[in-house]
Design a protein around this ligand. Structure first.
Ligand code: AHM
Ligand code: MG
Length: 314
């Protein structure tokens, strides 16, 4: 049995920086705490919405705020952390003046699913950032990225750049390695998209989905990107959240820094592809902490078809 701690020891021997290992340990522990909190949340009255809205204008749920606080506490306990960036916070939070790592997170992705007891998750990423200006770097600069999916099981999916490891939380609260080198199937006949928005899709996405339906693809849409991503890790497929073609400047629904980039790093490390039109997600230079981008990721052959179609329409 390889526990998360044993895995970290292996990473240390492979040369991963001690401070980065400490960050991974604390973030994993934070996801364990969030997982525990979620399990009994309705018994504690942690349901519904608060009166607060976040910087994106979304109503915050008590569990959005609690998860954010758990991750912020984890950052404060780490002397090497310089900044925390969160979906739930307007701006970056300075943590330690002499720190060097920024921890970037969506504390509870898919939180509209909480009250219906459907899988939600935490997405996180770490980059080197000594100043606030250093935070706005392309996803290629991510040192580690991962997510925790809180479903029937709590799973932690992680990459330190090469390969993807999947851990499952056991009854004693220990993450145990369950997949050593996760790969995304290069082809799969399954797509995930919010089909209710089809009138707003661009021509590439509209044509791809039409052909997919005509050729017998299946559709799944959880409404939690973490859960949709986890399915893709297990059986392949493609996830699409395009921009609204009538409002391209809005950029779409998902945020670059703490949604698209970490998932992009994981997907590429597992042999998949992650794009924004003709550009790879990881190559996009960010312009803001909460910048929204249209995303497509998953099985390489499927994403390559979309990427080729974007290139061909120039
Ligand atoms: P959130 O971080 O506020 O939960 O928003 C992101 C979520 C993704 O998890 C999911 O893929 C998408 O929003 C769902 O969008 P829709 O409401 O169009 O189904
Ligand atoms: Mg989210």
């Amino acid at each position: 049995m390889t526990t998360f701690e044993t895995f970290l020891e292996g990473q240390k021997q492979a040369g991963l920086d001690d401070d980065l290992i400490a960050v991974l340990r604390e973030v994993a522990e934070a996801t364990r705490k969030i997982s525990d909190t979620l399990k009994t949340s309705s018994l504690e009255g942690l349901t519904g919405a608060t009166e607060e809205t976040n910087v994106q204008g979304e109503t915050q749920k008590p569990l959005d705020i609690l998860s954010n606080d758990i991750l912020l506490d984890a950052c404060r306990a780490l002397p090497s952390v310089s900044f925390a960036v969160s979906e739930e916070l307007d701006a970056e939070v300075a943590i330690h003046a002499d720190g060097r790592y920024a921890v970037i997170f969506d504390p509870l992705d898919g939180s509209s699913n909480l009250d219906v007891n459907v899988t939600v998750g935490t997405i996180f990423s770490v980059i080197e950032a000594k100043t606030a200006a250093d935070i706005l770097k392309s996803g290629r600069h991510q040192l580690v990225a991962g997510y925790a999916a809180y479903g029937p099981q709590t799973t932690l999916v992680l990459t330190t750049g090469k390969g993807v490891q999947i851990f499952t939380l056991n009854g004693e609260g220990t993450y145990v390695l369950t997949t050593a080198d996760a790969k995304i199937a290069p082809e799969a006949k399954e797509f995930a998209i919010n089909a209710a928005r089809r009138a707003s899709w661009d021509d590439v996405v509209a044509a791809y989905i039409e052909e997919a339906i005509d050729t017998g693809h299946n559709m799944r849409w959880v409404g939690s990107m973490v859960a949709d991503t986890h399915r893709i890790f297990n059986r392949g497929g493609v996830f699409l959240y395009p921009a609204d073609r009538n409002k391209p400047a809005s950029g779409g629904r998902l945020r670059l820094l703490y949604e698209a980039n970490p998932i992009g790093l994981l997907v590429e490390a597992a042999g998949g592809e992650a794009i924004i039109g003709e550009t790879k997600i990881l190559d996009l230079e960010p312009t803001g902490l909460h910048q929204r981008v249209p995303v497509i990721f998953g099985s390489k052959a499927e994403v390559d078809k979309l990427s080729a179609a974007y290139s061909a329409r120039k």
